[in-house]
Design a protein around this ligand. Structure first.
Ligand SMILES: Cc1cc2nc3c(=O)[nH]c(=O)nc-3n(C[C@H](O)[C@H](O)[C@H](O)COP(=O)(O)O)c2cc1C
Length: 356
């Protein structure tokens, strides 16, 4: 199926500007999501399930492959993800306030490198609107009845000053908590001015402490368990920066780490757009090194979602060998097609088989 996409569909899609092509793909997936019999039929053929669910930070996943944040920013296609082979999906980045994002063009393809540069800047409908959408989609279905987990990635609204960032994140956390199987705290996108400063000692302990407290308060108030929370980091951090982040995560008993977001490094690619974040094949080495480092530094005790440059099944396997518990893809799907997740899930399934 991936070959069919690469030979026939990709050449047509690539005649469109990247954001339009993305919107077309999103709409097609939305159609699948809105027709339950079609969705169920496709899931039957495409959703690869491990012999028993993979449990990571207390959540059960049907397989180890997820759709990374930024594709389904407004929670429009999460119902369809299983029909394309994904074992989970990360909605967002969602911010407290609805915002338009940066001016277009803000997505650039580099097929010779299997790469993308984007400077989207979190265009999204805002936490309240997205919560309404999720409420009408989920109805009263308890989490345990869902076929695959939905993570919600939250970030800071552009106009909120860094000093008030915690309130912005907590608003989104509280507004969306009823629908999230897990949260991802995004402090690593290069497209919101100064956002990545939140990764530093000056801001991170306060921010993550406030989110932990909101999680605990909610859990006590409703008599329910806490929601697993994961931090998403940039690939441009030094190992010393990462050590400092890990110590904060352990101190606050965070549930995991998502490594990595896009890179601002263009040293090897001077011809590419200077602004924004680079994803796809050129990012792989950096993300892999960081996943390896975190896994070693934590003795494998902190669950890692490995993301960045997984453009084939070999790289997915390498990310798992480096210590990831789950992998995610985005740019790889642009180059390999809508069923790329299925190929990866299939290639990883033997790891969870009893006979290994
Ligand atoms: C067009 C585009 C938009 C993205 N938007 C977000 C976002 O809103 N939030 C986020 O955490 N990551 C975002 N990302 C980063 C991806 O989730 C992922 O971390 C990164 O692209 C590396 O994975 P990949 O090489 O498989 O694409 C975006 C990536 C792309 C290509």
């Amino acid at each position: 199926m991936d070959i069919f996409y690469e030979k026939l569909m990709r050449p047509v899609l690539f005649t469109q500007n990247p954001e339009l092509a993305h919107d077309m793909a999103l709409r097609a997936m939305q159609v699948v999501g809105s027709i339950p019999p079609l969705r169920a039929l496709m899931e039957m053929f495409t959703l690869v399930k491990t012999p028993r669910p993979v449990r990571v930070f207390g959540v059960d996943f049907p397989n180890r492959v997820g759709l990374a944040a930024g594709f389904d920013k407004d929670a429009e296609i999460f119902k369809a993800a299983g029909a394309f082979g994904f074992g989970h999906l990360e909605v967002g980045t969602v911010t407290m306030l609805k915002q338009a994002g940066n001016p277009r063009p803000r997505m650039f393809r580099y097929p010779q490198y299997e790469a993308v540069v984007n400077s989207c800047g979190f265009p999204n409908d805002g936490a309240e609107e997205i919560a309404k959408r999720l409420a009408s989609a989920f109805g009263k279905a308890p989490r345990s009845k869902r076929k695959f987990p939905v993570g919600i990635n939250i970030g800071k609204s552009k106009i909120t000053p860094l000093e008030d960032a915690a309130q912005d994140y907590i608003f989104s956390f509280n507004t969306l908590a009823d629908f999230a199987d897990f949260f991802v705290i995004n402090v690593s996108s290069p497209n919101t001015p100064e956002l990545r400063r939140l990764q530093g000692r000056d801001f991170l302990p306060n921010l993550l402490g406030a989110i932990s407290k909101a999680n605990e308060d909610r859990s006590k108030k409703l008599g329910v368990g806490k929601i697993p929370v994961v931090l998403k980091i940039a690939p441009d951090l030094s190992f010393a920066d990462i050590d400092s982040i890990l110590s904060i995560l352990f101190e606050l008993r965070f549930d995991g780490i998502c490594a990595t977001n896009t890179t601002v490094d263009r040293e090897a690619y001077p011809e590419m757009e200077k602004g924004g974040g680079l994803s796809g094949a050129p990012l792989f080495e950096k993300s892999l090194e960081i996943v390896k480092y975190i896994s070693k530094a934590t003795d494998g005790k902190l669950p890692i979602i490995g993301v960045g440059g997984i453009t084939d099944t070999v790289r997915a396997g390498m990310m798992m060998n480096a210590g990831a518990s789950l992998v995610q893809i985005y740019t790889g799907m642009i180059y390999r097609g809508p069923f790329f997740a299925r190929s990866i899930a299939n290639s990883l399934i033997w790891r969870d088989s009893d006979w290994v």
